[in-house]
Design a binder for this molecule. Structure first.
Ligand code: HSE
Length: 402
């Protein structure tokens, strides 16, 4: 029997308990041993809940119990999660976590600690919720040079953008509805400003390149400036607008960016709607490969966490090699990132001025209510070139195209 402890009895923590209880015999068969939840740690009481008898409030009870060999950290945030995880590994316990903030910031360090102690630090649920993506990158996609990772990595923003697109609603009203339904957090900043997607693409890029990609270095734009009118143009162009977290290798340099992109229906991520996530990778041998599923939610996320527990049990006394060193991966300057742009500038009949600045472009006519502006799609150019050419125009918005 393997004893585990679950740190945090919130949405994911209670999901972990539910997944283990519901699929108990199936999971035990896969793990090769019976998995027993010996403790649940939380500061709160849960009277009448099945975990009442195994609930503890002092982490030292878990830390000092040598019978606990796997710790599941699903509290979120940096502290006390970082200290608890560090101490658990130090005591020779494997750790499975869904905590993307922790993994993005301390992944390299905690992996090195786990290697030294011959245990495992596993984090499948930190990106893409229930979608297997960490293990495939680490254990399946080992042959290719991955030159592109591009994903819809945040379910909340994809839900908001999908509703804006399909119902013609404004950002604020969809956000409000999403908050009322509990899909979006009361404080939605991490999702709508792209910070959550930024941490996730940092984790994926770190794994792909085997070096630390600092999320602070990733250019990040959220979806708060996307309007109903942008979707009217998107429809006229046969495109959709998605918040993409992308890491792309161009001419030997790696660029990482989180921003809304217009993508057309030939793009593999075009049809990823609602709360779903999709992650596209391109390898030099493999070509495209895509992962799709529920990127959030209690049971899908818990399913990924418990899959890590099974892996930890199967690899007791064996460190699963994961290449992610603390050495920093140098990123290309975002000013040199190239793409085409969808652009809206104030003023009708700006065609001549636009072509003088941008050369040949594709003009877009969408709606007679938008006749006081000029919209167009540029050719592919660097960010710095775009900034230079747009000087002198009264810019309403610009959306990159992928
Ligand atoms: N807030 C995140 C999302 C939760 O909406 O995708 C999963 O990381």
């Amino acid at each position: 029997m393997v004893n585990i402890a679950v740190l945090g009895y919130g949405t994911v923590g209670s999901g972990v308990v539910e997944v283990i209880n519901t699929n108990h015999s199936h999971i035990n068969k896969r793990a090769g041993e019976e998995i027993n939840i010996k403790y649940v740690l939380d500061i709160r009481e849960f009277p009448g809940d099945p975990v009442e008898n195994i609930l503890v409030h002092d982490y030292n009870t878990i830390l000092e119990d040598d019978e606990v060999s796997v710790v599941v950290e699903v509290m979120g945030g940096i502290e006390p999660a970082y200290t608890f995880v560090k101490q658990a590994i130090e005591r020779g316990k494997s750790v499975c976590t869904s905590n993307k903030e922790l993994v993005a910031k301390y992944g390299a360090e905690l992996l090195a600690d786990a290697k030294e102690k011959n245990v495992n630090f596993l984090f499948e649920a930190s990106v893409g919720g229930g979608i297997p993506i960490i293990r495939p990158i680490n254990q399946s996609l080992t042959v290719d040079h991955i030159d592109l990772i591009s994903g819809i990595l945040n379910g909340t923003t994809n839900y908001i953008l999908t509703k804006m697109e399909t119902l013609g609603l404004a950002f604020e009203s969809v956000l409000k509805e999403a908050q009322e339904k509990g899909y979006a957090e009361r404080n939605p900043e991490a999702d709508v400003e792209g910070y959550d997607a930024c941490r996730k693409i940092a984790i994926l890029a770190s794994l792909v390149y085997g070096k630390q990609v600092d999320y602070e270095k990733i250019y990040t734009e959220g979806i708060t400036k996307i309007t109903r009118d942008d979707f009217i143009y998107a429809k006229a162009l046969g495109t959709s607008i998605k918040l993409l977290g992308t890491s792309k290798q161009i001419d030997g340099k790696v660029y990482a960016i989180v921003a809304p992109f217009m993508i057309d229906e030939s793009h593999p991520l075009y049809s990823i709607s609602g709360v779903y996530n999709g992650i596209l990778l391109h390898g030099d041998m493999l070509d495209n490969v895509m992962f799709y599923g529920r990127g959030a939610g209690k049971l899908p996320t818990a399913s990924a966490v418990v899959s890590d527990v099974v892996d930890a049990v199967k690899h007791r006394d064996t460190n699963i090699m994961t290449i992610w060193s603390a050495e920093k991966k140098k990123l290309g300057d975002i000013e040199d990132f190239s793409c085409a742009y969808f652009v809206r500038v104030k003023g009708s009949n700006m065609e001549e001025a636009v072509e003088q600045a941008f050369g040949s472009v594709k003009f877009v006519k969408a709606d007679e209510n938008l006749s006081s502006e000029t919209a167009f799609v540029t050719g592919v150019m660097k960010e710095k070139e775009f900034k230079e050419k747009i000087k002198g125009f009264d810019l309403i918005t610009r959306i990159r195209m992928a």
